[in-house]
Design a protein around this ligand. Structure first.
Ligand SMILES: NC(=O)c1ccc[n+]([C@@H]2O[C@H](COP(=O)([O-])OP(=O)(O)OC[C@H]3O[C@@H](n4cnc5c(N)ncnc54)[C@H](OP(=O)(O)O)[C@@H]3O)[C@@H](O)[C@H]2O)c1
Length: 276
């Protein structure tokens, strides 16, 4: 696919993978429209992107808020006439045992990582289906295939995205709209920085950079690949899990069990029982 003059919407375009994609796609003459919550970062990104693609646009929007998404997409469709490619990239992370995770964190994770993508797709898909063309790219994670300790809310949001993507693939392919699901391993972006000391830590040599993910996303669109798992070691782990799930669970449990600590909430409630 030639990206020239394609209208490409990227959620979470102001940082990390989304920003890299915005710059790379602008360099290939696409009209990039992106969103994020923090205005300063959007302004910075827009400066870079407009040097390469002057008509590009960044919009402040919380994609976990359905009304904000509806207003934003109305504006984009009014200004640009169409969206050719929707890249659902915005996401937030967490690292805490489930019992210690505030419900607000779990709700925010589902709203941003999964429902945000759903809200965007609901606005964009009717026109894509009417035209009989378009591409939806969902940026998920290895955590959408392998459940990992201390990341239950994040894993749940990404497993939801993976199941949703597979359903969409079957529904949309006959209608001319393509779907890609990109599942990266650890990427050296802001996303991971606040969790660097919390298990399970990934060794630095396993990290890839945002450029590698951006290249993989563009390849997935060009070659119309459904599932892309990067890097190779993660693709191998996912294959082992799929072919021998019981064996994989035993191996994973051996690696993870040393990191399991008694959740703080349980420790506290034993010391100060609720009925005293
Ligand atoms: N980094 C990794 O190790 C890794 C691994 C696998 C998958 N992923 C996935 O890759 C995607 C991008 O991650 P990243 O590493 O690039 O993270 P990042 O550097 O933290 O960037 C996240 C982007 O999403 C935006 N965002 C977050 N919440 C939002 C919301 N409610 N509404 C609109 N925009 C929002 C952020 O901007 P504001 O904060 O200003 O809103 C920012 O532009 C995520 O879906 C993540 O789950 C990341």
């Amino acid at each position: 696919m030639d990206f020239k003059d394609r209208v490409i919407f990227i959620s979470g375009a102001s940082n990390g993978i989304g920003k890299q994609l915005a710059v790379d796609l602008a360099a290939r003459a696409a009209l990039v429209v992106g969103c994020g919550r923090t205005r300063d970062r959007l302004v910075e990104t827009l400066k870079e992107v407009r040097k390469l693609s002057p008509k590009s646009l960044m919009i402040a929007c919380d994609i976990g808020d359905r009304e904000q998404v509806q207003d934003m997409m109305k504006k984009v469709l009014a200004d640009f006439g169409r969206i050719d490619i929707l890249i659902n990239n915005a996401g937030i992370g967490m690292r805490k045992p489930f019992v210690d995770t505030p419900l607000e964190t779990i709700e925010a994770m589902i709203r941003t990582n999964y429902l945000g993508a759903v809200y965007c797709a609901q606005e964009v898909l009717p026109a894509m289906i009417a035209r009989g063309s378009g591409h939806i790219v969902n940026i998920s994670s290895g955590a959408g295939i392998i459940g990992t300790l201390n990341m239950s809310g994040y894993c749940a949001s990404k497993f939801a995205m993976n199941g949703w993507s597979e359903s969409l693939y079957h529904e949309l392919k006959p209608l001319g709209v393509n779907v890609s699901l990109v599942c990266p391993g650890p990427v050296s972006t802001q996303f991971n920085r606040e969790f660097v000391d919390i298990e399970p830590k990934s060794p630095p040599q396993l990290f890839i950079n945002a450029e590698a993910v951006s290249q993989a996303v563009m390849r997935a669109i060009e070659k119309n690949q459904f599932e892309v798992i990067i890097p190779r070691w993660l693709a191998l782990m996912c294959a082992i899990k799929r072919f021998t799930p019981s064996l994989f669970r035993v191996i994973a449990q051996r690696r993870f069990r040393s990191y399991v600590t008694k959740p703080a909430r349980v420790a506290v409630s034993r010391e100060f029982p609720a009925n005293q």
